[in-house]
Design a protein around this ligand. Structure first.
Ligand SMILES: NC(=O)c1ccc[n+]([C@@H]2O[C@H](COP(=O)([O-])OP(=O)(O)OC[C@H]3O[C@@H](n4cnc5c(N)ncnc54)[C@H](OP(=O)(O)O)[C@@H]3O)[C@@H](O)[C@H]2O)c1
Length: 451
């Protein structure tokens, strides 16, 4: 082991924190030999010291005063592994102001405060590293920042939430309802007690915001992300997808509109071809497909969460931090190129009339003559062209029936207005369920995306 001693402080010792401690401790000797430095977890902050832990640790290392860890002069690298945007923000800010290297897995914090935190890091000669914030164990942030550095990105598509992918996969494989699978997912620990961050798409949106920053240098507000979760997806959607060669996936899109170059960030349930890079990624796995102008498409698949996968990513940042401390002089201390200049001035967010897609619309309608004509008339008035109409045969007595339509390419604006008009019809019950259809690789689709 080398002479240099590096002290790491862990703020948070839950699922991720304990994994980081466990793997760092196990590999301490090997890493020491490789890096020429001895990495030691010197202090650990928790909320409740009396809680029983899964890994063995010297109790004298543990404190309930996380701020003291963040500002401890003896600590070189601070890992914020608590979550939330309150105390976590204070800890990260204080550590950065103290010129420390900070590692975080906290996508919510980055989404809300990434811009100011990176500025604080730069101002005080510190660093903020966040590999584990997107894609868990998948080293996608390093891929974008380092491996793909020469590329301009036309789009990044990702399955970024393992809980949603697990639920959708089981709905498809077992024919069970969303509610049935969610209940089981909670019991198995795949879903939180409060599932809304996952199933409403918010967790994936936090990650999409981080990816959009890395690709285009712009921090998008969460309100600017087109957001919908999976709670309305039902077996009719899943069966339609299967019958037509698609899968329903919760997909984050980060892309630029071809003409205006405006940025579009969304997290939506989407019909994607089963044969596409993301269409066949099942269960708790995450996947990210990145389109670069030099390299073409590269795809990254792996475990997007969990103790071990997430620790793997956190530790890669700790090792980068150690390399910075050992090899980086004052000039060498900013290792990553700022993504903003690649994209010129501040990017605009794409307006609904600039966003093009095909769409799937499912609605429950009255089973009587004339309904189809009313629907067709609304589509015509919004200049939305029908690609298909599907209605299962029902008896004459049935009061209502499910009707599924798909459209040719149209705009987000037109489909929103159409769905709104449809929802206002007396013959349509409730609000129609809509999903984009993405036929990756089809000419009409790529024409507006790829430059
Ligand atoms: N879990 C994953 O698979 C995963 C994957 C990617 C990213 N992340 C991110 O990693 C972070 C940590 O997630 P996690 O799953 O490890 O969370 P967790 O299991 O809930 O652990 C949180 C830890 O923070 C400590 N803590 C919370 N509030 C505190 C306070 N006020 N003062 C001191 N300590 C406090 C807790 O202390 P006690 O133990 O005493 O309660 C606990 O040790 C989050 O930002 C999460 O989004 C998690």
């Amino acid at each position: 082991m080398g002479d240099r001693k590096i002290s790491v402080g862990l703020c948070g010792f839950g699922i991720v924190g304990q994994g980081v401690y466990d793997h760092l401790t196990r590999k301490r000797k090997l890493l020491g030999e490789q890096l020429g430095a001895d990495i030691r977890v010197a202090r650990v902050a928790v909320r409740d010291k009396s809680k029983k832990r899964d890994v063995e640790i010297d109790p004298s290392l543990i404190t309930e005063d996380s701020l003291s860890v963040a500002t401890d002069l003896e600590i070189d690298v601070v890992c914020e592994l608590m979550g939330g945007t309150g105390l976590a923000l204070e800890i990260v800010t204080r550590a950065l102001v103290a010129g420390k290297i900070v590692v975080t897995a906290n996508k919510a914090l980055l989404c809300d405060h990434g811009k100011e935190l990176l500025a604080t890091a730069q101002e005080h000669g510190g660093h903020l590293l966040f590999e584990a914030s997107v894609g868990g164990g998948i080293p996608v942030i390093k891929a974008i920042r380092e491996g793909l550095i020469i590329n301009d990105f036309s789009r990044i598509d990702g399955i970024l939430n393992g809980t949603c992918n697990y639920i959708l996969t089981r709905m498809a494989n077992e024919g069970l309802s969303y509610q049935e699978i969610l209940g089981e997912a909670k019991l198995l620990g795949y879903a939180e007690a409060d599932e809304s961050l996952d199933v409403d798409g918010i967790d994936a949106a936090h990650k999409a915001v981080v990816l959009a920053y890395l690709a285009y240098g712009k921090w998008t507000d969460l309100e600017e992300v087109r957001l919908d979760g999976i709670t309305r997806v039902n077996q009719e959607d899943i069966r339609f997808a299967e019958d037509n060669g698609y899968a329903v996936k919760l997909i984050a899109f980060v892309e630029r509109e071809r003409q205006s170059k405006a940025l579009y960030v969304s997290v939506l349930p989407v019909l994607v071809p089963k044969s596409s890079s993301l269409g066949s990624v099942d269960g708790v796995f995450n996947a990210i497909s990145i389109h670069g102008d030099v390299v073409g498409e590269t795809v990254y698949i792996g475990r997007g969460a969990g103790r071990h996968a997430t620790s793997s990513a956190v530790i890669s940042d700790i090792v980068d931090a150690v390399k910075l401390l050992i090899f980086g002089g004052p000039e060498g201390r900013f290792p990553f190129l700022d993504p903003a200049p690649k994209n010129g001035s501040e990017l605009e967010i794409a307006r609904p009339e600039e966003v093009h897609s095909r769409y799937y619309v499912r609605m429950r309608v009255d089973n009587r003559p004339g309904v189809m004509a009313e629907i067709a008339s609304i589509l015509a008035s919004r200049e939305v062209s029908l690609a298909s109409v599907t209605q299962k045969e029902v008896g004459e007595d049935a009061e209502r029936v499910s009707l599924i339509i798909t459209t040719h390419m149209t705009t987000e604006k037109a489909i929103k207005e159409t769905v709104n008009d449809l929802g206002n019809l007396d013959s349509v019950q409730g609000s129609p369920m809509t999903m984009p259809i993405r036929n990756f690789g089809e000419k009409s689709e790529d024409a507006w995306l790829e430059s």
